[in-house]
Each structure stands twice: as structure tokens, then as C-alpha cells.
Write a protein that binds this ligand. Sequence first.
Ligand SMILES: Nc1ncnc2c1ncn2[C@@H]1O[C@H](COP(=O)(O)OP(=O)(O)OP(=O)(O)O)[C@@H](O)[C@H]1O
Ligand SMILES: [Mg+2]
Length: 265
Amino acid sequence: MISVENVRHSYGKGGRTVEALKGVSTSFGAGTTALLGPNGSGKSTLMNIIGTTIVPTEGRLFLNGVLVGRSSLEEYRSQLGVVPQHIDLPKRMRVCDVLSYLCWVHGVPKASAASVIDSVLERLELADKRGSRVGDLSGGQLRRVGFACAMVHQPSVLLLDEPTVGLDPEVRLEIRHLIARLATNATVVLSTHLLEDVSFLNPAVVMINAGEKVFEGSFEQFVAALPAGGDVRESSVEQAYQQMLRGGAASHQGPLAGESWSEQR
Ligand SMILES: Nc1ncnc2c1ncn2[C@@H]1O[C@H](COP(=O)(O)OP(=O)(O)OP(=O)(O)O)[C@@H](O)[C@H]1O
Ligand SMILES: [Mg+2]
């Protein structure tokens, strides 16, 4: 489990300070957690803090209850697999060479690299693309190669930044199935705008708005917070999302009003 405690982060922008995260505490346990929020709410900032590419202005990060500090940073990073939104790999490289390179980067022993690559390609249904050049892959295949790159060192945590954006509906569905499979034995944190992803995956939900956490709980709790008599043109997940943006669960007189979200997970 990954936890963040009172994480704040500010960026300097054109002589002024943008407070991207205003003291967020939350946790991401086994299985999938969807990190939701509108543009500019701080999702990528939080993902980058968990991924250790940003050092927060304030706050602490824990893996399984143990503080991630200077001395444990390398060990923590070895547990992480990161799939960025834009998979940018050299177009002329073959898939197997990309993965061999990543095995070397992650210190996978040379003797086991070939079998690691075989098993990752098998798991991602990419075995027939082992010799293909990156530039010849479809969008969905490239995304799956991005997942493979993040998995050669068998991380226990996968960070996926908007993994289904920009893909056609069929490939989106394929990627959702893949995420569901991966989450059976890993902690998966998925930032997304697409509420269909959330409905499909039935994940834990953390929602932030303007740098503050406005919801944390199960998918059922998220949907249960939707207002009565909502607009029938919107799905229940869309209505719950809008409700959180308007005032959050605290103002909702549903079954969870007044309770602490974090204690329910
Ligand atoms: N490098 C940066 N320099 C200055 N301000 C930044 C930087 N990165 C993000 N911000 C600001 O921090 C806030 C949070 O941005 P962040 O990218 O974390 O949001 P997000 O939820 O990921 O948005 P999106 O859904 O558009 O990807 C925004 O106001 C954004 O303008
Ligand atoms: Mg973002």
C-alpha cells in the first residue's frame, strides 16, 4: 500500500506561486484505485510525487507503512512501474530490444532477461510483436508495449497516467481488461478523466479538486453519493462526479454523510 500524508506542492509560475496540492492525505491499496479530478486539479502532480519525479513542498510518502526517505528511495523505486500518458519510444527499435534495454536499466540479471521478456510479452498478448519495430505498432499495441516496459522488473505498484486517453473504444476496452488482470496481483493507481474506466474497473476512488481531496472510498460509495432525482441523460457515475465537484460528499445527505472516508477503506 502507498500512502501520502499531508502532501502540499507549489509551483512557481511567472513570478507567482500556484498551489497545486493543498495538504492531501490518502492511500492506494491492493487492486485498482482511480484518481479522478478535472483539468488542473493536481492529479499528475500527485502521480509524480508518488512516482518520485517531484519532491513535494511538504508531506510524506509511505510504502506499506514505512516512510520513503533518502535511504529507502532506491528500494521504493524498484517497486514502481510507471506508464506515462505518452509512450515515446524510438520508432526504429524492435520491441524485444526495447525490453532488453529496460531489463538492463532495472538490473534484471542477464541470464533471466530472455525469460522475463517472454513472460511479459505473453502476459500482454504481445508475443507476436516481439520482433516488430515500435513505429509499426498500432496505438493499442504501443500502449501495451508501454505497460510491458513498466513490468520487466516485476513491480508491485503500477502508476498509469491516463492510460486509455486517445484510444478508440475497442482498444480502450482491451486496456481496461488488461488493467483488471494486472490489478489481481499489484497495486494499480490510475489517473483518468474517463468515467467509463471507473464504471468498468469498479476501483477504489480518490477524487481531488483544486488541490484538495473531495472523496475517498469505494466505487459503490462514490455512486451512492449521487444526488436524488439527477439528470437521466447522465450516468450515475457522471452524476456522482458532478456532485463531488459541486460540494463533495460532505454536503450530501446520503448514507455516508459526516463519516470519515479514509476510515472506510
Ligand atoms: N510545471 C508546472 N509549472 C507550473 N504550474 C504547474 C506545473 N505543472 C502543473 N502546474 C499547475 O498545477 C496545477 C495542477 O496541475 P496538474 O498537472 O497536477 O493537474 P491535473 O489534474 O493532472 O490536470 P490534467 O487533467 O489537465 O492533466 C494546475 O494549476 C497547473 O497549471
Ligand atoms: Mg494531468
